[in-house]
Design a protein around this ligand. Structure first.
Ligand code: ADP
Ligand code: ZN
Length: 610
């Protein structure tokens, strides 16, 4: 995508040149025009030179009452004030000087005015036009020299998406599925309007960098065959003051003219960050831009056919006003690819190069755990470069393996790429949670477990889905939940006899639950139905405040510890009793990286390895 530079630099340049021209005029040209090189003498000298026949040319200037004359060589010009001299005519005749002509073209006032004022302005304008032309070429034909700051010189990029299709985006099936509805709507809006349904105006693509968010947005436009407008959030704020907001206006105006279409705002967090609450004055420019965006989004109906896709890798930093209903109310996660996804991405990119017959992409994909789509594309490219370096045109397995090391070593610190041992630990940890949950029949079944590192920092997760809505929890259910939270750490203890930092979030959750049981749910014998804590601002984080004596607090803390300890022991016992299942499930997860609830139950019940 072409980038538009703000005309800031050319402007300063332009002013400097004009200033220079004017200075040059004053220093060099004006003195030449003025007559400061004329020597002034008195009338007596003139008469004496005339008498001595030393004059060259003489000019009588009666309007100014002066006489201009030169010496014989006509090199030096003299000027003398004239007094009324009746003998002047006689004197001139006898001096043998030439007279009657003009020695120096007097700079007449009009000419000097033209030179000092009009010429610089003409130069000014000509220069301006020249610069404008240059800028116009740079910007591809739009009028850049609109000096009025209010007018934005926003340039919106309509890209022919050159038939980028969903099939070009490998993996990311869930994201594609969510976006398919948009494509369907753009193809056949009638179907939706007849049913009275309106499309979400904004869809937020959330995920780590390089996972194909931009690609997906383009693919939506490509599939629906509609124009694609793209702009990056950071471009809004790089503008002159006040430009961001008008750029947003321009963008939406153009989009509405071209509807149906896709508007894609990359890095929306650059403008969509939470607005500061007034302390030390936030970034006004950004806030104005954000406000304008919100206004525009409210301003059009859901069925105008303008669909806004935005991408961010920091969804938690977005202003809540952006994510509320009617704005970016739909969120599509675009996660790091799993094993199958990585293999598919590798294959897509490998089409662009020549690979040897025996290349095993499955193995390569397995070796590149934690890599993003962009990194996988990079791995392929690095391999091709290595092949060329070695004088080959065909990429072989060794090239790919080597390039993984190059790329992984490069991003190991940035992204959580797990070592083999870590991966094993994480697999056991996650299976520990799931197994404890499954063995206590009151816990909800496991839906999906993955050990693909998440952006949140979690190295894996266990997704539990409650069957049916549940508003009431029994004491036993809460206890089981606590046991499930401790299950991860318990598995590490049982299998490795070692504990890791991977359980910090579990610890927090378990503690919260245990504490709430005692202080808010009245589920302990010691305190019965006495509230020890009250919840404040339920919609703003739900802080709790203690409402009890310091001694009671101590006792609560002790009870919380006892409660968690008891559940932790229970979890450890469950895992010890089911060690064989723990092993086979963890092995399966380690190999596949993702395990669905069904697979989990099959292995659990059958006891066989899939
Ligand atoms: P994001 O917008 O999420 O940062 P991009 O869409 O810009 O990521 O992806 C960067 C590059 O990575 C793409 O141009 C493509 O080559 C590669 N890539 C990322 N994800 C995929 C994918 N799922 N399938 C194929 N290529 C991908
Ligand atoms: Zn855990």
């Amino acid at each position: 995508m072409k980038e538009v530079k703000s005309p800031k630099k050319p402007l300063i340049f332009y002013y400097l040149i004009v200033l220079g021209v004017i200075l040059l005029f004053n220093i060099l040209v004006m003195p030449l025009l003025s007559q400061s090189q004329i020597q002034e003498v008195d009338y007596g000298t003139f008469v004496k030179m005339a008498e001595n026949q030393e004059l060259g040319q003489v000019e009588i200037d009666e309007t100014r009452n002066q006489v201009l004359f030169t010496d014989k060589d006509e090199k030096v010009v003299y000027k003398a004030g004239m007094i009324s001299d009746p003998d002047l005519a006689e004197l001139l005749k006898e001096s043998g000087a030439k007279y009657g002509g003009q020695i120096i073209q007097q700079t007449n006032p009009i000419v000097s005015f033209l030179l000092t004022w009009v010429l610089p302005i003409v130069i000014f304008i000509l220069l301006g036009q020249y610069m404008n032309k240059k800028l116009m070429n740079q910007m591809g034909g739009k009028n850049a020299m609109s000096f009025g700051m209010g007018k934005s010189n926003a340039k919106i990029y309509v890209q022919s998406t050159k038939g980028l299709k969903f099939s070009d985006v490998a993996g990311e099936d869930e994201a594609k599925e969510s976006l398919q509805e948009i494509v369907d709507y753009l193809h056949n809006p009638k179907k939706y309007t007849e049913a009275g349904a309106s499309m979400p105006k904004g869809i937020l693509l959330v995920g780590p960098p390089g996972t194909g968010k931009t690609m997906l947005a383009k693919a939506v436009a490509g599939e629906a065959n509609v124009p694609f407008f793209s702009i990056s959030g950071s471009e809004f704020v790089e503008m002159f003051v006040g430009m961001g907001a008008s750029k947003v206006r321009d963008l939406f105006q153009q989009a509405k003219e071209k509807a149906p279409c896709i508007v894609f705002i990359d890095e929306i967090d650059a403008i969509g960050q939470k607005r500061s609450s007034g302390v030390s004055g936030g970034n006004d420019e950004r806030e104005q831009t954000l406000n304008q965006l919100l206004t525009e989004m409210d301003g059009f109906e859901g069925n105008t056919g303008v669909i806004i896709l935005a991408a961010t890798n920091r969804p938690e930093s977005l202003d809540p006003a952006l994510t509320r209903p009617g704005r970016f109310d739909r969120r599509v996660p675009v996660e790091l690819p799993d094993l199958a996804g990585r293999e598919a991405i590798l294959k897509v990119h490998a089409k662009k190069i020549k690979t040897a017959e025996d290349v095993d992409f499955h193995t390569i994909a397995r070796m590149a755990a934690g890599a993003s789509g962009a990194e996988l594309a990079n791995i392929i490219n690095e391999a091709a470069l290595r092949a060329v370096r070695n004088g080959r045109t065909i990429v072989n397995e060794a090239d790919l393996e080597e390039s993984i090391e190059v790329v992984i070593a490069g991003y190991q610190k940035k992204n959580a790429v797990l070592s083999d041992q870590e991966k094993k630990v994480v697999a056991y940890h996650e299976i520990g949670h799931a197994l404890v949950a499954a063995m206590q029949n009151h816990s909800a079944p496991v839906q999906k477990i993955t050990i693909i590192p998440r952006t949140s920092g979690a190295l894996g997760y266990t997704m539990q889905v409650d069957t049916g809505d549940k508003y009431l929890l029994t004491k036993e259910e809460i206890e089981n939940k606590i046991a499930t939270y401790t299950g991860g750490r318990a598995a590490e203890e049982v299998v490795f006899g070692q504990i890791t930092t991977g359980a910090s979030n579990d610890i927090e959750q378990a503690t919260k639950l245990a504490r709430a049981m005692i202080t808010r749910y009245g589920m302990s014998d010691a305190f019965d139905m006495v509230a020890m804590e009250t919840v404040q601002n339920q919609y703003l984080g739900g802080d709790v405040s203690l409402a009890c004596a310091p001694d009671t607090q101590k006792e609560i803390d002790r009870k919380v510890v006892d409660l968690v300890k008891k559940q932790h022991e229970k979890a450890r016992k469950i895992l010890e009793d089911n060690r064989d299942k723990l092993d086979s499930l963890a092995k399966y997860l380690y190999e596949k990286e993702t395990i669905t609830g069904e697979e989990f139950m099959r292995i659990l019940e059958g006891g066989e390895r899939a």
